[in-house]
Ligand binder design. Structure first.
Ligand code: NDP
Length: 430
């Protein structure tokens, strides 16, 4: 039966075709014979994926292809452990943009909060666990990965419990509160033959990835210097971040770690020496136990110097600069959740040119979870495995030691490139 709506739609289409035909004729173009869409408009379906051909001129930035997510039942199931700010504000919403991961379980010490969140995200009651019940994760086949989002000092136990329950583990940064804990976590996952990835989201964020690619390709010339700052002004002195037993340290392991890890990841080299200095405002209740500002220099075997700083008492700044012999680059908001801008500066004929690269916006939490999901599915080592987290723990211990002694600290030489990393994420899945 033909409805009024169908009739209106037909008239509308007929009208559009007539208008388009007249317009084509005016421009000397042949009109299509009917109003039916062509493959250019409809796209094509092949191998379970939908694609569209480019419709803009080759001079234009190519549009992003459709994401083509896996069907929900085939995605790798994740249980999130610890329903705090990062989990609720960033990680759980990011599953909506994930292509290979889905939320299938929750672990929390607060059953009422967990009930509310489980209802919001459609997690069944049977897939909600307390910390004491984590061994029962073993019986839930819909959970393949456990994502640990707890205060730093609690990572170790949760990772070990998850591995012993037969689950792969994604663990928030900093991996632990010191190298010994990190080694135990690696050993437990190895023993259980489970993967361990540390959630270094900046190694999956598109602007950081692009800059690392360009720097490594030689586009900036020989890299001379890196300048990295990550600061934020902390409030409530009672939060776990200001308690040494739970945090392991102050601004260094929380935000300074991004400067350290991003410099290492961009260069692929490991520092041969660190020198550091620390300052905390006196009589400030926030810094009774942990430090505020840490300034540290990393010296790399190639001679490159990275000047890094973190603070818990300075206004938010999260910038990363790389100076090469031919060009300089800067990512503003480099370590933020969003708002990254990548600028490149170089000579252009008789002028100095500064260009901003628009790489599009992608949720870095979804990208890192998708990387973990694919590593599990394809049995590949994650780009940022436990060993990458351990190396940062070793370097942060050296940074504290240097600040304490006032002396530079030499590190065990490591001349392998990307010594502690797995293969980079496969672009075809991004
Ligand atoms: P929050 O304080 O917001 O949440 C931590 C959650 O851990 C709590 O809500 C609670 O969840 C659980 N918890 C269990 N035991 C304790 C305890 N003794 N004290 C406090 N909380 C406890 O922390 P964040 O979400 O900001 O940080 C969690 C982790 O994520 C940290 O390792 C941090 O470094 C990392 N992080 C990483 C970021 C990134 O960009 N990658 C950004 C921010 C944090 P419940 O009530 O469910 O038990």
């Amino acid at each position: 039966m033909r409805s009024d709506f169908d009739e209106t739609r037909r008239q509308l289409l007929a009208g559009s075709v007539a208008l388009a035909t007249a317009s084509y004729a005016r421009h000397g173009l042949a009109a299509t014979s009917s109003g039916s869409p062509t493959p250019v408009d409809e796209g094509t379906v092949a191998g379970g994926r939908v694609s569209f051909p480019a419709i803009d001129a080759s001079t234009e930035q190519p549009g992003a292809p459709p994401p083509n997510p896996d069907v929900p039942g085939q995605r790798v199931g994740f249980a999130v452990v610890g329903l705090g700010r990062l989990a609720l504000q960033n990680i759980l919403p990011a599953f909506a943009q994930s292509k290979h991961a889905r939320l299938t379980g929750l672990v929390s010490g607060d059953s009422e909060k967990m009930r509310v969140i489980a209802a919001q995200y459609g997690v069944p009651k049977e897939a909600c666990y307390s910390y004491e019940e984590m061994a029962r994760l073993r019986n839930n086949a819909s959970i393949q990965v456990v994502y640990v989002v707890l205060p730093n000092a609690l990572h170790r136990d949760a990772v070990i419990q998850a591995a012993r329950a037969g689950k792969h583990v994604l663990c928030e940064k900093p991996m632990a509160t010191g190298p010994e804990e990190a080694r135990e976590m690696i050993a437990a996952c190895r023993e259980a033959a489970r993967k361990l990835m540390i959630a270094y989201r900046c190694q999956y964020e598109v602007n950081n990835v692009e800059l690392a690619k360009r720097a490594r390709s030689g586009e900036l010339g020989d890299i001379q210097f890196i300048d990295a700052i990550n600061s934020q002004n902390q409030g409530d002195p009672t939060q776990w971040r200001q308690i040494k037993k739970l945090a392991g340290g102050g601004s260094l392991p929380d935000v300074g770690l991004y400067c350290l890890n991003t410099a290492r990841a961009l260069l692929g080299e490991e520092p041969s020496e660190v020198i550091a200095s620390i300052h905390s405002p006196e009589h400030d209740p926030r810094f009774r136990e942990v430090e505020s500002t840490v300034s540290f220099i990393l010296r790399f075997p190639s001679g490159i110097l990275a000047n890094c700083a973190s603070s818990y008492s300075a206004h938010e700044q999260r910038n990363f600069r790389v100076l090469g012999s031919k060009a300089a680059a800067e990512i503003t908001n480099a370590f933020a959740y969003e708002g990254q801008k990548l600028h490149m500066s170089r000579r252009d004929a008789q002028a100095e040119a500064k260009v901003e690269l628009n790489l599009g916006v992608k949720n870095q939490f979804s990208l890192e979870m998708d990387h973990m999901a694919l590593c599990v599915r394809n049995n590949v080592e994650p780009r940022t495995p436990g060993e990458e987290g351990l190396q940062d723990q070793i370097l942060m211990s050296a940074i504290y030691q240097s600040a304490q002694t006032g002396q530079p600290i030499s590190l065990k030489p490591e001349l392998r490139r990307d010594a502690f990393r797995g293969p980079p994420p496969d672009d075809r899945h991004a």
